[in-house]
Design a protein around this ligand. Structure first.
Ligand SMILES: Nc1ncnc2c1ncn2[C@@H]1O[C@H](COP(=O)(O)OP(=O)(O)OP(=O)(O)O)[C@@H](O)[C@H]1O
Ligand SMILES: [Zn+2]
Length: 419
């Protein structure tokens, strides 16, 4: 019996009337709210299992790198450094767990990671992708919002609360999660040649973060707790939490250059100093920048991301599993419309994005602008089969080409004829 007139869930066969909500996909595919809930549970369960596996036997650096490769384009240096650092971190956690609570094996030092590089080039994205790969809870904080305890603003401990929330309140799980703190360069001590946003308390925030970074038990207030005062706090041990700190560190190249010029004497040295590179950053440079020595000391692993060139931005737009253009194509597909972005158009989007100097972040805004009109128009029309974005659409605001449905059908028929 076919009931093409009554929509039903493709997974459990319940009809529209039997469920609260039925979501229809391309073709005749539908899913009901109950099945969506079930899928979510399965995914959640899988993440927990994955995390358990990570903690027992972490994926190798090669595995981690391969997982990053599916989402993150370029940034090879950072990918390799992170793969090794994350492997070592979780190996250390696994070794401690294996040794049991009583024994103290050789204490493997805690290694947090500093990621330096321009905005929009994947620092947060790398950290997030790592956490997802490992199935561990993940929290993001912004250093500019943080204050020392007792000041107006977000207490540094709030970071750990976010992590606990990311672990659905499970403190044990949170203790093996990853925290990414962005804009860490903004809490530098005020320097003469920089406009420090907050030179007074920046150092205080660094101080406040120290304990957390080196691994300690922190008491964080329970969110909206109505329990006894004694139970209003959660205890979280940060020994196994991996902290990844990121920042643009504008002006750091000059500091590196000055330092290497000062050190070197003569012709060879001046040749070497000709091209200061972030890769040559030393702890002393970060101290000159305004990070306090104890803070730098907690960040033994320093790696960098690079600004993108046109070719890389083009790859970012099209290649990763969740590449933006693929996402928009799926979005159109749900309305039964094919979206085509010509290679020339992709190049033009990359060029426009370069001008905005916000890394890959600009590509989304540009695509949104280009597609806004058709995204408004197309859902209420059933005569559009295909939308073509070409270079002129991107650069000169020319309307995208809308290929009508019957036209497309006729063309397909013609193609079939000649075949
Ligand atoms: N290497 C990359 N490969 C694929 N996509 C990327 C890459 N870098 C950035 N992106 C995309 O750009 C977005 C912005 O990048 P991200 O948030 O990681 O920037 P960031 O370096 O952390 O900058 P900020 O410090 O300003 O937050 C990401 O969400 C991702 O979609
Ligand atoms: Zn169903």
């Amino acid at each position: 019996m076919t009931r093409s007139d009554v929509l039903a869930c493709s997974f459990c066969a319940k009809t529209q009337r039997q469920v609260r909500k039925l979501i229809s996909g391309p073709g005749q595919v539908c899913i009901c709210d109950e099945c969506v809930g079930l899928c979510n549970e399965l995914i959640e369960e899988e993440a927990t299992e994955q995390a358990a596996a990570t903690l027992l036997r972490p994926p190798t650096p090669r595995d981690i790198h391969a997982a990053l490769e599916q989402y993150v384009v370029g940034q090879e240096a950072a990918k390799t450094a992170l793969s090794v650092a994350v492997y070592n971190h979780y190996k250390r956690v696994a070794a401690r767990n294996a040794a049991g609570a009583g024994e103290q094996p050789v204490e493997l030092g805690k290694s947090n990671i500093l990621l330096i590089g321009p905005t929009g080039c994947g620092k947060t994205y790398l950290a997030r992708t790592l956490a997802r790969t490992l199935g561990v809870p993940f929290a993001i904080a912004d250093a500019t919002a943080l204050t020392q305890a007792g000041y107006v603003g977000e207490d540094v401990d709030s970071i750990l609360l976010k992590l606990i929330q990311a672990a659905d309140g499970d403190v044990r799980r949170a203790e093996t999660g990853i925290v990414y703190i962005d804009e860490i360069d903004k809490i530098a001590r005020g320097g003469a040649d920089r406009t420090a946003v907050r030179d007074v308390s920046g150092e205080g925030v660094q101080q406040a973060l120290l304990k957390m970074l080196e691994g300690s038990t922190v008491r964080v207030p329970q969110p909206n707790s109505r329990k006894q005062p004694a139970e209003e706090f959660l205890q979280i041990d940060t020994t196994d939490v991996l902290f990844i700190l990121g920042g643009a560190f504008a002006g750091l190249e000059e500091i590196i250059e000055r330092r290497s010029r000062r050190r070197g004497i003569g012709f060879a040295a001046s040749v070497q100093a000709a091209e200061p590179s972030l890769d040559e950053v030393m702890p002393a440079d970060l101290v000159t920048f305004g990070m306090i020595p104890e803070f730098v000391g907690r960040l033994p692993i320093v790696t960098t991301v690079r600004p993108f060139d046109r070719a890389t931005l083009m790859r970012i737009l099209t290649e990763p599993r969740n590449a933006l253009i693929k996402q928009y194509q799926l979005l159109f597909e749900l309305d039964g419309v094919e979206l085509e972005v010509t290679t020339d158009a992709v190049a033009a989007i990359a060029e426009q994005a370069l001008l905005r100097r916000t890394g890959a972040r600009a590509t989304r805004a540009i695509l949104e602008e280009i597609l806004l009109h058709v995204m408004y128009e197309v859902p209420s029309r059933d005569d559009v089969a295909r939308v073509v974005i070409d270079r002129a659409t991107v650069l000169d605001n020319v309307n995208p080409t809308l290929v009508p449905r019957d036209h497309a059908a006729r063309r397909r028929a013609r193609r079939a004829d000649t075949a």
